[in-house]
Design a protein around this ligand. Structure first.
Ligand SMILES: [Zn+2]
Length: 91
């Protein structure tokens, strides 16, 4: 799914995760065990995805999102307080 939203595989630094919390969703290899980061996008993935969503909602890229039962999926630009990255998590 991350690829569909413009994310490459995680490839370096903190975006690869760590021994304790494991790798993130867009790691090029599937983990053997589920850890804290297993269901999260890395900062690298989030910034790539947000770049694509911002371009879509600014009209610079074609919008192929569709509403489902009246709800429209769109990026939110405020922090959800869940961590310190300043990015909400709506994906
Ligand atoms: Zn992939």
């Amino acid at each position: 799914m991350g690829h569909n939203f413009g994310s490459d595989h995680d490839s370096g630094g903190s975006c690869l995760g760590n021994r304790r919390d494991g790798a993130y969703l867009m790691n090029p290899f599937s983990p053997n065990t589920i850890r804290r980061n297993s269901d999260k996008f890395s900062w690298c993935s989030r910034s790539q995805i947000i770049g694509v969503l911002n371009a879509v909602f600014a009209g610079r890229r074609r919008n192929c999102f569709a509403s489902e039962r009246g709800r429209l999926v769109q990026p939110i630009h405020t922090d959800d307080g869940g961590d310190d990255d300043g990015i909400s998590h709506v994906i």
